[in-house]
Design a protein around this ligand. Structure first.
Ligand code: ZN
Ligand code: MN
Length: 496
């Protein structure tokens, strides 16, 4: 770079992601140890000779992990091959007692694919290069928190052997916001498939490749040629553990590299570590090349025929499709439909109440009232999973006009959440049930509204029409009202 190029160049970031997600299975990928991590569990208690990598222990593939992987492949429109194989990726690290990780190399379970995202209202298709199965290593705790200054490090193999899926995208992101949108969408799809739990600590980990090219190298579709990519120096950012973290880390790295280039400096090809606490990336080590891992076939696991699995395994309707269907079927606006499909549990609950009661009323109750009050309490619908019948009953009470909307919203729903009471208990205790008077008054209004002919006749001086309306009200109140009062109320209403 010479001094005269110091004028601002128009630069663009090219980003690709490698996402590791933990698959939700009852047991680990190659042994029968539980994957259910208790919050306060003792280290090294969910282990056995297989996940501890003891000599002679043999792995047995978990069918549930393969099923979950096929579901992911179907949702991402991947090719599921005839046959898939496992490899050993060799490296020495204390969290990996075998000194190799069982992973997949040249025959991954999912080949290719795509996922559509939307950023600022614009839709983009992100290409998936591959997605494969592998085992999670154990976890390390550095005494004092930092690897540089720790006196010693503790290792815990409870996580070792948790099934992971590594999903690799093409370098299709042009900014941190797009990467974040992709991760959010991916999480949503995985949760819909029932193979992933976003609330689990460390359930999603991201490594990102980022390089900077001249904006003019990017074609109209946002593509960049292999040559340009080859030439640009790429950094890999590791240790990103959430989609919010990914956006921050990538925005930081994009700015750092652009600044360096604008100042005429060379960007180093290296691996950098995202320091979440400090909000910066730091240089880690030069990246291993693929050959350093000495991949070879895992002889303890035979090749797996998966060709007929994909027809046997069904996946549920995905969020995008469900959103569209809700809009059409229940007449919802885009924003409401989006809220009501934010998780499969919310969508399932809404669909249930929308088919039982008025869909519009149900939408307001689920999207605004229930989700709003849950959000306010920092809760999710999964926290009240076993009480959904009670919430459906509350919506029924409103739908059938047995309590007022205001009371339902401001008293019953809130007490239901704060005190874990059933709606009828609260209605009873607070005396919120509509009184006899309310019922008669509503019935009078309805009778007038529903019988315009009788009203016209009455206005024209026909007293008989009033008797007809009294009869209608008596019918609505199932005979519980006093005919004299009804007569009076009708005259008052009709005089207005
Ligand atoms: Zn085990
Ligand atoms: Mn991996």
């Amino acid at each position: 770079m010479t001094a005269q190029t110091a004028e601002q160049r128009d630069l663009t970031a090219i980003i690709g992601l490698e996402v590791h997600v933990q698959l939700e299975t009852a047991t680990k990928i190659f042994c029968g140890c539980s994957t259910d991590a208790e919050a306060d569990e003792e280290p090294n208690t969910r282990t056995c000779p297989v996940c501890l990598g003891l000599p002679g222990a043999l792995p047995v593939l978990n069918e549930g992990a393969v099923e979950a992987a096929v579901k992911v492949g179907k949702a991402l429109d991947s090719e599921i091959p005839e046959e898939t194989r496992f490899h050993r990726k060799n490296y020495y690290y204390p969290d990996l007692p075998k000194n190799f990780q069982i992973t997949q190399y040249d025959a991954p379970i999912c080949d290719g694919g795509e996922l559509e995202i939307s950023v600022d209202g614009e839709r983009r298709t992100v290409r998936i290069e591959r997605a494969h199965l592998e085992e999670d290593p154990g976890s390390l705790t550095h005494a004092g928190g930092s690897i540089d200054t720790a006196e010693y490090t503790l290792v815990n193999y409870n996580r070792a052997g948790t099934p992971l899926m590594e999903i690799v995208t093409a370098p299709d992101f042009r900014g941190a916001d797009e990467a974040r949108a992709f991760l959010a969408k991916l999480e949503e799809v995985l949760e819909y498939l029932g193979v992933f739990d976003a609330t689990r600590d460390g359930s999603l980990r991201v490594d990102a490749n980022l390089s900077i090219v001249d904006a003019e190298e990017v074609d109209a579709e946002g593509g960049v040629s292999e040559d340009v990519l080859e030439e640009a120096n790429r950094t890999e950012v590791k240790n990103i553990s959430s989609h919010k973290g990914a956006e921050k880390a990538l925005a930081y790295e994009e700015t750092r590299q652009k600044n360096a280039i604008q100042r005429g400096r060379e960007v180093e090809q290296e691996t950098r570590h995202w320091d979440e606490a400090r909000g910066i990336t730091v240089s880690m080590r030069s990246k291993e090349a693929e050959k350093d891992y000495r991949y070879f076939r895992e002889a303890d696991l035979p090749p797996l025929r998966v060709s007929d699995w994909k027809d046997k395994i069904d996946i549920p309707e995905l969020p995008e499709a469900r959103r569209e269907r809700f809009r059409e079927e229940f007449g919802l606006g885009a924003e409401t439909a989006s809220k009501l499909t934010s998780t499969k549990q919310v969508a399932d609950f809404y669909e249930r109440v929308a088919t039982e009661f008025d869909p519009g009323l149900a939408a307001t109750w689920v999207a605004d009232n229930l989700l709003g009050e849950l959000h306010y309490r920092d809760m999710e619908i999964t926290d009240v999973e076993d009480r959904l019948d009670e919430f459906a009953h509350l919506i029924e009470l409103v739908d059938e006009d047995e309590i007022t909307v205001k009371n339902a919203e401001e008293i019953v729903l809130r007490r239901m959440l704060d005190e874990e009471l059933a709606p009828e208990e609260i209605v009873e205790a607070e005396g919120l049930g509509k009184t006899g008077e309310d019922v008669v008054a509503t019935s009078v209004e309805e009778a007038i509204e529903e019988n315009p002919d009788a009203v016209e006749d009455y206005d024209a001086g026909e007293e008989g029409a009033l008797n007809f309306l009294v009869g209608q009200v008596m019918q609505k109140t199932e005979g519980s009202a006093d005919p004299g009062t009804v007569n009076e109320l009708l005259r008052e209403e009709l005089a207005e």
